[in-house]
Design a protein around this ligand. Structure first.
Ligand code: C2E
Ligand code: MG
Ligand code: MG
Ligand code: MG
Length: 289
């Protein structure tokens, strides 16, 4: 790592390496400033019950909005630097607090049984404070634990299994919901799913987006759903972009759905307005395209 090597190490790098390194250092420093300046915001993407169309959850998705820029920066351009620099720990702590705060507001507004899903990075699990951060975010917002859902990745379940297992088990005991994000892209084995006792599998977008046309993808999604059901897990499909995909998923027994077909991730106020317009969370979907 560059920091350990010190500034004199730079001149030993190839020119191209130098550019990559400079990009890393600049982005890291900008992210640090962004935290101080409170330039992060969360957008929320709604999740629906595939049978009755109820709004059942929202996923909090991180955005970086530097002052004076027209559009927020997406996680794809900064999350890796946040992870490799360790800044994801402080950023993730903010995400947890902000998402719980917003979820509690929506609860007060009468959104019944709408849960808040928060993404966790594997890097956050490598520092001991995470478990406490989650508990503090819940306590300070007074959000009930069963309204928080933590999205884990398969890579999290694979690292330092015993300590992760202990943390995840304590969260479960508190009533926090757990899902595995991007399911199918990593290395989860059936044995992991049995040990970690998560509640839900989020079927990765890469399998979902083509199920209306691609027979192989359809077979994969069907297999994931069947396996989930035999382990008493629910499934949610991500990246649902059309009515045809939605219909296939329903036929295959998938319970929940999320994607551009319903809505892009929205600022809290915009989702607020949508629900207010619908009159209740059970009718939101009727307002959507
Ligand atoms: P993810 O958790 O798998 O989130 C789903 C991503 O797919 C989001 O991208 C979302 O905007 C996008 N998406 C949703 N529906 C559709 C669709 O129908 N079609 C297509 N093409 N895309 C769709 P986003 O917001 O750019 O986030 C990308 C990734 O960044 C997330 O993937 C997650 O891994 C990471 N991320 C986002 N927020 C956080 C955060 O607060 N903490 C951490 N650790 N990671 C985050
Ligand atoms: Mg996610
Ligand atoms: Mg995902
Ligand atoms: Mg994904």
């Amino acid at each position: 790592e560059a920091k350990k090597a010190g500034p004199h190490a730079y001149r030993f790098f190839e020119p191209r390496m130098n550019i990559a390194l400079r990009h890393f250092v600049e982005t890291r420093d900008a992210l640090r400033l962004a935290l101080e300046r409170r330039e992060f915001v969360l957008h929320y993407q709604p999740q629906f019950d595939l049978h009755d169309g109820r709004l059942i959850g929202v996923e909090a998705l991180l955005r970086w909005q530097p002052a004076g820029e027209a559009h927020p920066r997406m996680p794809g351009v900064f999350i890796q630097v946040a992870e490799h620099s360790g800044l994801i720990v402080a950023i993730g702590r903010w995400v947890l607090r902000e998402a719980c705060r917003q979820a509690a507001l929506w609860r007060e507004a009468g959104w019944l049984d709408v849960s808040m899903a928060v993404n966790l990075s594997a890097v956050q699990f490598r520092q001991p404070g995470l478990e406490q951060d989650v508990i503090a975010a819940l306590a300070d917002s007074r959000l009930a634990p069963h309204h928080l859902e933590l999205e884990l990745t398969e890579s999290i379940l694979l690292q330092g299994i015993d300590s992760v297992l202990a943390t995840v088990s304590r969260w479960k005991a508190l009533g926090i919901r757990l899902s595995i994000d991007d399911f199918g892209t990593g290395y989860s084995s059936l044995a992991y799913l049995k040990r970690f006792k998560v509640d839900k599998l989020k079927i990765d977008r890469s399998f979902v987006s083509d199920i209306a046309h691609d027979e192989e993808d359809r077979a994969i999604v069907q297999a994931i759903i069947q396996m989930a059901h035999s382990l008493n897990l629910k499934t949610i499909a991500e990246g649902v972009e059309s009515a045809a995909i939605e219909e296939r998923l329903r036929t295959m027994g998938c319970e929940e759905s999320q994607g551009y077909f319903y809505s892009r991730p929205l600022p809290a106020a915009e989702l607020d307005a949508l629900v207010a317009g619908a009159g209740s969370t059970s009718r939101v979907i009727e307002l959507m395209p």
